[in-house]
Design a protein around this ligand. Structure first.
Ligand code: RM4
Ligand code: MN
Ligand code: MN
Length: 396
């Protein structure tokens, strides 16, 4: 391996962290059913334990995203216990995600519900989430809304937009100075006619309306097919409004497939836009990298380790793009030269450099193999089998 490749990969990876989702360790399913795994985590204690394995083996996942209704049994009153557990397992609480989509009261929406009482309960839930985040020293509260309608004419789209603005402002006003509100968008599902925050433009406008500490969250699965996600990323960076990512891959829509399993070049291009921005501005993009995947068929911890290593590889490849030469080629409209700089970086095998990086930091060179050798899966399978199959700690 050329020394400059090893060095560039190493310095890129030193600055790369990615957050794992608590719900990715729990039993989840499709609309049609769940296929239960005996090793699935059913409690927040077990989720932290599993996340800690991923962090111990990869070294780059120190935080865990939490969902309020799945991880905090007694809401704010559970915060101290959750903090204690995370401390015991050596991983920290990450983004806090309110659940505004599963309670019966949200049948016709949360922030966009025509019933003012439901709207204010939804806002209260978000304010609780902000307070939970405060107790846990978590910076980000990430909002995803299932709000929308299924049939034309059934919802006042403009009115709901106004209610959303009101809700966002109320939520923002609960933030401490160092906290952020991240606004996620999604074109459809569960609503199939209109979704209140359907795309990045709507999320951007609502984040602006919310206040100065709100940003947009890009979930890679939440786009129409063939949409140019890296362009959205570039625009949000230029606007100073990119807050973070929920990474996953998809073939069709919000499929929650393993990152890079379908289109690794897409993720590479996203990372490239961020690193190119950082090179040009001489700043570090303040972006939270998070995984949002729930594995129904793959082993959950294995899938998470696989995801983290793929993310690392794609980030390392993107760090190999020669920005100076790219700027020259772009300025001269040297199309083939410019494109080749991306392709060359993408086709570089960075795995030897990553192995060196791991060795130098005392990490296993093959985290997946190390996990298989550790006996952890066998141990939790035996411990967790036969209990809590029905525990609702995630969706479906
Ligand atoms: C949604 C969205 C949210 C996640 C839920 C569980 O599709 O991606 O980020 O919190 O799923
Ligand atoms: Mn998401
Ligand atoms: Mn999703």
């Amino acid at each position: 391996m050329q020394p400059h490749v090893t060095d560039r990969v190493a310095s890129a990876l030193d600055g790369f962290r990615i957050e794992v989702p608590s719900w990715g360790f729990a039993n989840t399913g499709t609309r049609f059913g769940k296929f239960l795994q005996p090793a699935a985590a059913a409690t927040i204690d077990e989720k932290f334990a599993d996340a800690a394995q991923v962090h111990a083996l990869t070294g780059i996942c120190p935080t865990v995203a939490l969902h309020v209704s799945w991880d905090f049994e007694r809401g704010l009153d559970s915060a101290a216990a959750v903090a204690q557990l995370s401390h015991r397992h050596g991983v920290a609480p990450g983004s806090v995600n309110p659940n505004l989509f599963q309670d019966q009261i949200y049948k016709f929406g949360s922030f966009g519900n025509p019933d003012a009482d439901v709207r204010s309960r939804a806002v209260r839930h978000v304010v609780d989430a902000v307070q939970i985040a405060g107790r846990l020293h978590s910076r980000d509260v990430a909002l995803w809304f299932a709000d929308g309608s299924n049939y034309p004419g059934t919802a006042n789209i403009r009115m709901r937009r106004t209610w959303f603005e009101e809700g966002m402002r109320a939520a923002h006003s609960a933030l401490a100075r160092d906290q952020r509100l991240l606004v996620e968008y999604k074109p459809f599902e569960p609503a199939f006619y209109h979704t209140d925050i359907a795309d990045w433009g709507m999320a951007l406008l609502l984040a602006r309306a919310a206040g100065p500490q709100a940003r947009v969250l890009v979930d890679t699965g939440h786009h129409y097919l063939s949409q140019n996600i890296e362009q959205i990323v570039a625009w949000l960076l230029a606007e100073g409004m990119l807050g973070g990512f929920h990474f996953n891959d998809r073939r069709y829509a919000d499929d929650d497939l393993t990152l890079g399993s379908i289109d690794p070049y897409q993720i590479f291009r996203i990372f490239h836009e961020i690193l190119f921005f950082e090179h040009e501005t001489g700043t570090r993009a303040d972006v939270a990298y998070m995984i949002d995947q729930s594995h129904n068929l793959k082993g959950k911890i294995e899938a998470m380790i696989q995801t983290v290593t793929v993310a690392q590889e794609l980030y390392a490849k993107a760090a190999l793009v020669d920005h100076r030469r790219l700027a020259v080629a772009q300025a001269a409209s040297g199309l083939v030269d410019a494109e080749s700089l991306l392709q060359d970086a993408f086709s570089t095998d960075v795995r030897p450099a990553i192995r060196e990086w791991r060795t130098a930091r005392g990490l296993p060179i093959d985290p997946l193999q190390a996990f298989r050798d550790s006996g952890y899966l066998e141990r939790i399978t035996a411990e967790r089998a036969g209990r809590s199959a029905a525990a609702t700690t995630s969706y479906a």
